[in-house]
Write a protein that binds this ligand. Structure first.
Ligand SMILES: [Ca+2]
Length: 351
């Protein structure tokens, strides 16, 4: 799910990519179909059975699947190479203007007001702020407006067969089969081309682990039920280490002459290294204060928690001090622009 924001954007490009793919299709496509059938009825089926999926479910689903060249084309279109010169140009401002826009804020406020009693209960139970749950819902699917129309078993089996990230996608395919075993209707298994689905855009394995029933009917319906969706998002955050009572971060001004080299991060993250590479090292609020950093709203948060500094638009522009809770948002989708936008949208929603 971590790529879901970019995936959702890419879905709109799917038509173009698919037609380009058709032009170069032909005999290769037929070859892919026979290879695909051999793979899903051989190794993939064996893996599913080994992991406890009922043969009955596999007998019902596998014959309905065909290779989907469109999904492979979309996967190959994913950015993944080394950072180019242009990739490092800071440009959060235009992203923010598109994603924390008046329409999304306004709809977020309406959703927030409408769901207050429910949100307040989930916050009491989990410590995850109401506005943050709503902001994730707003960012992932524009409050449930678009959730993707790709058949998940077909997409995931195709990506597993294609093989670039077979372990990941074969595992997610098996998770969809387990969802059917648990009673999720086959026709509900629709989502983004890479397998994220429902209001919060969970992957199947995440659904199995972390989806929760929020309205007490015993079913975690993250396809059309807001209570279940928000409870599931909160549970994801709790599981990823959200600390109640701490902000995600806040906007600051950095004094001219600030020594960026001295504040540079020293550790290399194995996960999302390019995202974490843009952060400074961790320092306490007292240390940031001593270095001349000033919160734009004029007040320092209480307590002396640790934070990193991020300057998403470069020196001289608005910067952010970001706490451990910001890392939880990154766990949901590893992109600084995504995580900043979620935090800023949450702040706007509760204003
Ligand atoms: Ca429910």
């Amino acid at each position: 799910m971590r790529d879901s924001q970019s995936l959702l954007r890419r879905i709109t490009m799917a038509g173009t990519v698919a037609s380009a793919w058709m032009l170069v299709g032909g005999p290769a496509a037929a070859q892919d179909e026979s290879g695909f059938q051999a793979y899903i009825n051989g190794p993939l089926r064996e893996q599913a059975v080994r992991e406890g999926v009922s043969p009955r479910t596999l007998d019902r689903v596998l014959p309905t699947l065909t290779f989907n060249p469109r999904v492979v084309a979309l996967d190959r279109d994913q950015p993944g190479g080394p950072p180019s010169a242009t990739a490092s140009i800071p440009n959060f401002a235009p992203y923010k203007a598109r994603h924390v826009d008046a329409a999304r804020i306004s709809r977020g406020r309406t959703t927030y007001q409408r769901l207050r009693p429910l949100l307040a209960r989930v916050e009491r139970e989990t410590g995850v702020p109401e506005s943050v749950m709503v902001a994730i819902f707003g960012h992932e699917t524009n409050y449930g407006s678009y959730t993707g129309n790709f058949d998940l078993p077909r997409s995931l089996a195709t990506l597993a067969y294609e093989g670039r990230r077979r372990t990941l996608f074969a595992g997610e395919f098996v998770a969809t089969m387990k969802m059917i075993d648990r009673g999720v209707p086959r026709e509900r298994l629709l989502g983004s081309w890479a397998g994220a689905f429902g209001y919060p855009q969970f992957l199947p394995s995440v659904y199995l682990r972390l989806a929760r029933d929020g309205d007490g009917d015993g079913v975690a319906n993250i396809w059309s039920n807001e209570a279940d969706t928000l409870a599931s998002i909160a549970n994801y955050f709790v599981n990823a280490g959200w600390r109640a009572g701490q902000p995600w971060g806040f906007a600051v001004n950095v004094p001219s002459g600030f020594d960026r080299a001295a504040a540079r991060g020293r550790t290399i993250s194995p996960r999302c290294p390019r995202v974490f590479d843009r952060h400074s090292r961790w320092m306490t609020m007292a240390e940031w204060r001593a270095l001349g950093i000033v919160p734009q709203n004029g007040t320092w948060p209480s307590g002396d928690m640790l934070a990193t500094l991020l300057e998403p638009d470069g020196p001289g522009k608005t910067a952010y001090l970001l706490t451990g809770n910001y890392r939880v948002i990154l766990d949901y989708n590893c992109s600084n622009f995504y995580a900043l936008s979620v935090g800023l949208l949450a702040d706007e929603i509760e204003k």
